[in-house]
Design a protein around this ligand. Structure first.
Ligand SMILES: N[C@@H](CCC(=O)N[C@@H](CS)C(=O)NCC(=O)O)C(=O)O
Length: 266
């Protein structure tokens, strides 16, 4: 039997958490009951830059068939950024999302909030499976490790191409790690499509399309990306969030001269 987060929390509630009185200082039942059934969803607005990470949230909402308002200036990244600054002057990044009157950043946090509140159990493996832990690893790896490393490498290469590979985990190692995973699993969350796949598309596209890694070396990732692009919700996202194709892309790295392998490796 699959045990989802909502069911697990319901079991906790039945075991007594929710029946504790206020005088015992226990939390109210709202936490447990909220995840059992979807919470009522306030208006959600996605402040978007075409071709950037805010596509993740549009794609998520399309997968979940949830309503949202999309704000951006078509073909005008600076204009779209001005819209973001109006609601989020302290950290003007895409995605910026308002859920009711709360302003959120960090695509992973936004995705987990929307799923756990308004679509509990969706696009998330059952909590008692190993897929659940793998799904969470990739949910967080996408930004916490992969995106940071490929963007750092891109910036370094733009300033001064290195002549030897770093002894630390670099973009090639990152993308190879994802390739090796997909050689054994159909999705980043394991057996089924999950929000981890939504998180992983952007940094892998960034690494491959900007020539930070050689995209021909990763057949599993290419096959997985083709499957993602075939999803009806992904196509609806493209039509709404990238109506004119990619605009204002950073330049790809020039063809890379061979780099000496990292010490101890071929
Ligand atoms: N870790 C954040 C990254 C957000 C982010 O940096 N977004 C980019 C667009 S893809 C941005 O808005 N950059 C503007 C800037 O850095 O000034 C997330 O996953 O939401």
């Amino acid at each position: 039997m699959k045990l989802h987060l909502g069911v697990a929390l319901a079991a906790l509630a039945l075991a007594g958490c929710s029946s504790m009185s206020a005088t015992q200082g226990a939390p109210e039942t709202t936490v447990a009951t909220a995840v059992l059934r979807p919470m009522e969803m306030p208006p959600i607005t996605i402040y978007h830059l075409e071709g950037r990470r805010s596509e993740r949230i549009v794609w998520l909402m399309e997968e979940l068939n949830l309503p949202y308002t999309l704000v951006f200036k078509r073909g005008d990244l600076a204009g779209s950024m001005a819209e973001i600054r109006k609601v989020n002057p302290g950290m003007p990044v895409a995605p910026t999302v308002t859920i009711g009157d709360q302003v959120m950043t960090e695509s992973g946090a936004i995705i987990e909030t929307i799923i756990n509140r308004y679509a509990p159990g969706k696009l998330t493996p059952a909590i008692n499976t190993s897929d659940y832990a793998d799904h969470l690893i990739w949910m967080h790896h996408a930004e916490g490790s992969l995106a940071g490393r490929v963007i750092a490498d891109y910036r370094v290469w733009m300033i001064k191409p290195p002549t030897t590979r770093s002894p630390l985990v670099d973009s090639d190692a990152e993308v190879q790690f994802a390739e090796d995973w997909l050689a054994k699993h159909p999705y980043f969350g394991g057996a089924e499509f999950s929000a981890a796949d939504i998180m992983m598309v952007f940094p892998l596209n960034f690494a491959m399309k900007l020539n930070i890694v050689d995209e021909t070396k990763y057949p599993k990732i290419n096959a997985w990306k083709a499957r993602m692009e075939e999803r009806p919700a992904y196509k609806r996202m493209l039509a709404k969030a990238r109506p004119d194709g990619l605009i204002g892309s950073p330049p790809a790295l020039p063809a890379r001269p061979p780099v000496a392998p990292r010490p101890g490796q071929q």
